[in-house]
Design a protein around this ligand. Structure first.
Ligand code: PLP
Length: 390
């Protein structure tokens, strides 16, 4: 037998640095502020529905597009928070997390050689998903504000760089707002620029909005699909993982015009086909929770952000205070990867280098940046801050 090798289109997508850092956290007994997952359970109204569903026929294959109760809850939720109407039967598809919605969209819509415009740094599954579709990622840089203490300004991009990223092979813009890893919320004016480019060049848009509810005072999440002429060309992706602190359940969805959703479903049915039977009605219950649930979730997380940001600044690490998400970024003296490899041994805290969120050929752009997660119990954050100040 010849030696097996990693398929050419996956070259460069080896084991992620997240695995290395989580292993280091265990080996050194460090506080793990690397990977972004909460350390408290989700709301009982959601968990109880899943518990009750196990041991019933809901354990078996759900319908391919997802349980009707969940598709209806997704449509009602998007109507409530974004003012957009989607038909639960033809315009909503349940997926194995946002990850499968994104992969399904890329595999279902792109031909080999197509180009995808994407803001960089980017969530790690994007580059791999684009590569698996045989397409090419064309990055538009996001730049951090200059700060030597706590930076309150958001990351920004140059509209001219967005325009020049579009060429004759561009098929799609892949946008993430609120944005991981920068914590940026694209404001209406920025979204209008993206929308203008998409309309002008007749591009499709996939927006990843998994942090739609984790937005802090002073910022407001707007979906690109809300802008004029955009609903018809946009697939909106979201997930219950971040909103209900159930990242292991992998219940996601995509909303969009029926022709686009059909393309995603065609790919999706041969990826997982279906998943998460007992968890689908539970996420449906979560999506129907009153506005106060979503407001409290963001308020709790904002307090945690402030705890961590103050602690990082006090430890002498210039930090950009994020407008949303689970993450804060700092600038470190020297190389971020080295910093992250040493930090567990020096003080007992794990973070991840931002270079992991850049395309291989641009890793130097994020070289001295490091991401910390704050979606942890207050006492865990206090312990981490105490260690960092030492
Ligand atoms: C966590 C995350 C996802 C993955 O969501 P799942 O529902 O767990 O698949 C997708 N996009 C971004 C930006 C994320 O941070």
């Amino acid at each position: 037998m010849s030696t097996p090798h990693l398929a050419a289109r996956l070259q460069g997508f080896g084991t992620t640095v997240f695995a290395e850092m989580s292993a280091l956290a265990v080996a050194t007994g460090s506080v793990n502020l690397g990977q972004g997952f909460p350390d408290t359970p989700g709301p009982p109204e959601v968990l109880d529905v899943a518990r009750a569903a196990i041991g019933t026929p809901l354990d078996q294959y759900p319908p391919g597009p997802g349980l009707p109760v969940l598709r209806e809850a997704v449509a009602a939720h998007v109507q409530r928070f974004r003012g957009l109407a989607y038909d639960p039967d033809t315009e909503v598809l349940v997926t194995a997390g946002a990850t499968e919605a994104l992969a399904g969209a890329l595999l279902g819509l792109l031909d080999p050689g197509d180009e995808v415009v994407v803001f960089e740094p980017l969530y790690d599954s994007y580059a791999a998903g684009i590569a698996m579709a045989g397409a090419v990622a064309v990055p538009v840089p996001l730049r951090p504000p200059v700060t030597d203490g706590v930076g309150a300004d958001p990351w920004t991009f140059d509209p001219a760089e967005l325009r020049s990223a579009v060429g004759p092979r561009t098929r799609l813009v892949l946008l993430n707002t609120p944005h991981n890893p920068t914590g940026k919320v694209f404001d209406r004016a920025e979204l209008e620029l993206v929308a203008e480019v998409a309309r002008e060049h007749d591009l499709l848009v996939v927006t990843d909005e998994v942090y739609e509810h984790l937005v802090f005072s002073g910022s407001q999440h707007v979906s690109l699909a809300e802008l004029p002429g955009m609903r018809e060309r946009t697939l909106v992706v979201s997930s219950g993982g971040k909103t209900f602190s159930t990242t292991g359940w992998k219940v996601g969805w995509v909303c969009g015009p029926a022709e686009l959703v059909t393309c995603v479903r065609t790919a999706k049915q041969f990826l997982t086909y279906v998943n998460a039977g007992p968890f689908q009605p539970a996420i449906a219950a979560g999506l129907g929770l009153p506005d106060s649930y979503f407001g409290q979730l963001a308020a709790d997380l904002e307090r945690k952000r402030d705890l961590l940001v103050a602690g990082l600044a006090a430890a002498g690490l210039p930090v950009v205070s994020p407008q949303a998400t689970y993450f804060a970024t700092v600038r470190v003296p020297g190389d971020g990867l080295e910093f992250c490899r040493e930090l567990p041994h020096r003080v007992g805290v794990v973070a991840v280098p931002m270079s992991a969120f850049y395309l291989a050929e641009h890793a130097e752009l994020g070289l001295d940046l490091v991401r910390f997660a704050f979606c942890k119990r207050d006492e865990v954050l206090a312990e981490a801050v105490g260690r960092l100040s030492a």
